[in-house]
Design a protein around this ligand. Structure first.
Ligand SMILES: Nc1ncnc2c1ncn2[C@@H]1O[C@H](COP(=O)(O)OP(=O)(O)OP(=O)(O)O)[C@@H](O)[C@H]1O
Ligand SMILES: [Mg+2]
Length: 402
């Protein structure tokens, strides 16, 4: 049996794995000077004893919003002033109550907030800020807050009551159209200042990956072409640096598993499949039950079809890789019965298809008025065996809990 020392001394391609973690904030962020300066300009009034305007930062996933804001906050805290900031991810702090509670706890670390109502927590925060603190509340993934209009109203209104100090908000989201869904009042309060993060180009991704490879791997480990491939594989111009960096980390783990000291195109390509499965796993396991069941039905049918076409013609042509909306609905009813979930009506089913398509888990097209009549044709976006495994696993966990 292996000992800890064997494991600790196992050869590795990494020199510092931490720098490849998604939470690492690099000391320099190439291609984001303008954005960073704009965020700095937006928060600097707090350091001069004035209330900063609220700010709203948006842009697609992996464009560096969170790390740019964190980068600014690190510098911000280095200055002595009456200013403070509280950073939170609203996936976790997803209601007005939780946000205010988090602010109270950060301002008053010794406060035992258990059992405090909203009004009480708010009073505590106001008392503390009223001593002259200019507080910046950073709400990352702000779209996750369920009662956002109430939260924005509460935080903005606070300034009318404060004799000294202030509260301002810095909201971040990757839902580019999110602003349009806000109420008029919330919109005008949150969007006093705005900043959009554009997707990175393939060349920019290359330098980001190269910089990180230099920091995270031993010299000479990563092939230049493997770096370029990581950038190139980053899906259809999404400009998502997180994805490119995930590929690099996974490629390193694969090299370690294989006991080799080089990362080549091969490791990056193998990393892609595993990263895509991880991403699919996350996307699928957080879906509500019925969307998962529809997806499972699609996966089952796709596999059956695959088998049939191979049996009958030996090939699977384009047209046959699509499923009809009708057969998928039937399949959904079957799996719903199997997992003892009352099936939903066809109207809901169409909504579920829209949700799945939005997440990129399936693609659909309208068929022409051909033999089958007009119908929606459906194709799965991930390997069906992976989808089956993920959904079946989720459901067996849910069922064993009941
Ligand atoms: N300019 C850059 N230089 C170096 N690394 C970067 C840069 N931009 C982003 N990254 C890295 O890419 C990853 C994703 O960045 P970040 O988390 O800031 O994206 P985001 O815009 O907040 O995405 P999401 O909307 O999904 O939260 C992180 O690991 C980050 O360190
Ligand atoms: Mg982010």
């Amino acid at each position: 049996m292996k000992s800890f020392s064997d494991l600790l001394n196992k050869p590795t391609v990494f020199s510092d794995r931490n720098v490849l973690s998604p939470h690492y904030v690099p000391g320099t962020l190439p291609f984001r000077d303008t954005e960073i300066e704009k965020i700095m300009a937006s928060v600097v009034p707090a350091l001069k004893n004035e209330r900063p305007h609220n700010m709203f930062v948006y842009g697609k996933t992996g464009t560096g919003k969170t790390c740019s804001v964190k980068h600014v906050l690190i510098k911000f805290s280095e200055h002595k002033s009456n200013a403070k900031h509280v950073f939170m991810n609203c996936r976790m702090y997803n209601s007005r109550y939780r946000v205010i509670q988090k602010i109270a706890k950060e301002l008053l670390p010794t406060l035992d907030s258990m059992g405090f109502g909203l009004a009480m927590l708010y009073e505590k925060v106001m008392e503390e800020v009223g001593k002259g603190t200019h507080l910046i509340v950073v709400l990352d993934e702000v779209d996750m807050v369920k009662d956002l209009d109430d939260l924005l109203y509460t935080l903005t209104r606070a300034n009318d009551e404060l004799k000294a100090g202030s509260i301002s908000i810095l909201g971040i989201t990757n839902r580019v159209n999110f602003k349009d869904q806000l109420g008029t009042r919330s919109k005008s309060s949150l969007c006093e200042n705005e900043m959009v993060f554009a997707p990175y180009t393939a060349t920019q991704l290359q330098s980001i990956v190269r910089q990180r490879a230099k920091m995270g791997f031993k010299p000479g480990v990563v092939d230049d072409s493997a770096i370029n491939l990581s950038a190139a594989l980053t899906a259809n111009d999404s400009g998502d640096a997180r994805y490119a960096l995930k590929l690099l980390l996974k490629a390193g783990e694969i090299a370690d598993d294989r006991g080799i000291n080089k990362i080549t195109d091969k490791e990056v390509e193998d990393a892609r499949r595993s990263v895509d499965t991880d991403i699919a796993f996350e996307a699928i396991s957080t879906l509500p039950d019925h969307q998962q069941l529809v997806l499972l039905a699609i996966a089952n049918l796709a596999l059956d079809k695959g088998k049939n076409t191979r049996l009958t013609t030996g090939t699977s042509d384009e047209e046959d890789s699509f499923l009809t909306s009708g057969e998928v609905y039937e399949g959904y009813c079957t799996v719903a019965r199997k997992h003892r979930k009352p099936r939903r009506s066809a109207r809901w089913y169409r909504e579920y298809l829209n949700d799945l398509e939005m997440l990129g888990l399936i693609t659909t097209v309208e068929s022409g008025a051909g033999m089958r009549g007009r119908t929606r044709l459906i194709r799965i976006g991930y390997p069906p065996t992976d989808v089956q495994k993920i959904v079946e696993k989720n459901f067996s966990i849910i069922e064993s809990k009941n």
